[in-house]
Write a protein that binds this ligand. Sequence first.
Ligand code: IPM
Ligand code: MN
Length: 357
Amino acid sequence: MRKYRIALLPGDGIGPEITLVAEKLLKAASQKHGFELIITREPFGGEAIEATGSPLPLSTLETCKSSDAVLLAAIGNPKFDTLPREKRPETGLLSLRSELQLFANIRPVKIYPALINASSLKSEIIKNVDLIVVRELTGGIYFGEPKGRIESDDDIRAFNTMTYSKKEIERVTKVAFELAKDRRSKLCSVDKANVLDVSQLWRDEVNSLSNTYQGVEVSHLYVDNAAMQLIRDPSQFDVLLTSNLFGDILSDEAAMLTGSIGMLPSASLGSIGPGLFEPVHGSAPDIANKNMANPIAMVLSAAMMLRIGLKELEAANSIEDAVNKVLTKGFRTGDLMSEGCIQLGCEEMGAHLLESL
Ligand code: IPM
Ligand code: MN
């Protein structure tokens, strides 16, 4: 029987609740499609800080590195905001991405017909939306040096550095071109080349690579314009290529096209080793442990893990079909609720998904 090792990181806030749902679906899908998942749970984020003092304990990192794929729910809680930066949950996530060399973050934005009225945008604007944000994930201003804080007698200055090398731009741009090639062959690269030197290099490299991908139509947008176009006419986009910070911002915006950020999964990939699969949303501490969370982004992240990480396409399809069926029947968590639908808690949504599998 095909066997895969999965590192499972439930993390903080709503993380454990949505993990429970995803885990049940993964077990059922693996049984149905004849493979075995050996799942190892590890502490990560705030949970790990409380247990060990570090958001990414060495043992967690080792389990991740020796797995076939890593599935993460969410991390973070405002109660850690006063800790030194290296001890915060978010730093653990950045270290994990960096340690696993996951330079390409793929965030597909797809509209479910059943949710067309859940978006805050008009249905005719979003009905044909099918785009992917490819976000650079291990460079840019998130990791740039120097960074820090300098205090003088009469002022304080803090700074970060937005920096990219030609090689860093090239490898993520290739991922975006490869994806575009198998889709509608349109690549839009987002930058701020009218102001930033780092963006000029970004644009130059995208243009230079476009010679090897002749079949793909390349365009460039300044990030401010891209933010506006995403809500003006989002169906113009096929693959959007962005740096780390711009992609962080634009993917939250793009998520809302679907009606809720609770719908968006993501895959973070490198050129070697396991990928990391996680919802785009955060840990939502305000609704944690209230059985209110939407588990769908987590469930769809598990499906992405099956498809991209384990190449178990049929199992991935059955999970995605289950999501579609449950939404079509009118079942909704609170974030997606609209008139005439049936509101469910996280656990009940999980039960319906399992039943539809
Ligand atoms: C995301 C998150 C993270 C990021 C945070 C939690 C560090 O917002 O995955 O989009 O900024 O990358
Ligand atoms: Mn984000």
